[in-house]
Design a protein around this ligand. Structure first.
Ligand code: ZN
Length: 242
């Protein structure tokens, strides 16, 4: 199976559309959460994602806050502004879809969690010590995470040491060995100073992770954000990839 892996779309429909056009053939889609928040297109993004073939999708922290499942005061003021705007914009069917999402999923020998397998919605997996601890919280060969918006691969060669951290080169194919934790990066708001949309194709038969970056029309999204009155800092950061 060729599975399209997307995460942290953040209501950026231009980036999502570009990823879907550039992804080539895939049999299923796994989405690692944060469909909304920050961006100007929450309805277009949720509608598109919920109609993708073979979809498995989990809940992100911005999705949970949009549903008022977590207190919006836990977010910085600008992120909170974007969440409150999203709450007003989101249609009832799209809200119902977000409500239906689980926090964690296990399928085909893979665990999906937005933040980490230990605390799926909130924990940031940013270093090899946290990654080492995370390996104790899933049983499958692989765990896919999002949340940090940073593409990274963690492997555990020896239980007595921290996990190994590897940042893959854009547009390369990695051969995976069990066990590993992998982050595909963010479709709609990359934070590794590469503004291109990030995603991956996971070839489950051959255990190959095809990590991809694609350029999209950032200006187009920025204009819609400005028209919606979304925070200037969020508009600016898209172009610089942080
Ligand atoms: Zn996110």
């Amino acid at each position: 199976m060729r599975i399209l892996i997307i995460s942290d779309i953040h209501a950026n429909f231009t980036a999502l559309k570009t990823v879907l056009e550039m992804a080539g053939k895939f049999d299923a889609v796994w989405c690692l959460g944060d469909l909304v928040g920050y961006g100007p297109d929450p309805n277009a993004c949720v509608e598109t994602i919920r109609n993708l073939p073979g979809l498995a999708c989990i809940l992100g922290n911005h999705d949970a806050a949009t549903l008022n499942h977590i207190d919006t005061n836990n977010f910085n003021p600008e992120a909170r502004t974007a969440i409150l705007w999203t709450q007003k914009e989101l249609s009832e069917p799209n809200r119902a879809f977000l409500r239906s999402l689980p926090e964690k999923l296990e399928l085909d020998g893979v665990t999906l969690a937005h933040g980490s397998p230990r605390h799926p919605v909130w924990e940031y997996l940013l270093d090899n010590r946290t990654a080492r601890q995370s390996f104790d919280h899933f049983q499958t060969d692989y765990c896919l995470v999002g949340h940090t918006h940073l593409p990274v691969l963690y492997t555990l060669e020896d239980k007595n040491y921290p996990a190994r951290l590897m940042v893959p080169e854009p547009n390369t194919d990695l051969i995976l060995n069990p066990r590993a934790i992998i982050n595909p990066g963010s479709v709609g708001q990359p934070r590794d100073r590469d503004p291109r949309a990030a995603f991956a194709i996971f070839d489950t038969q051959n255990a190959i992770w095809e990590y991809r970056r694609v350029a999209y029309d950032i200006n187009d999204v920025q204009q819609r954000m400005a028209a919606a009155g979304l925070p200037d800092r969020h508009i600016a950061r898209l172009a610089a990839g942080w």
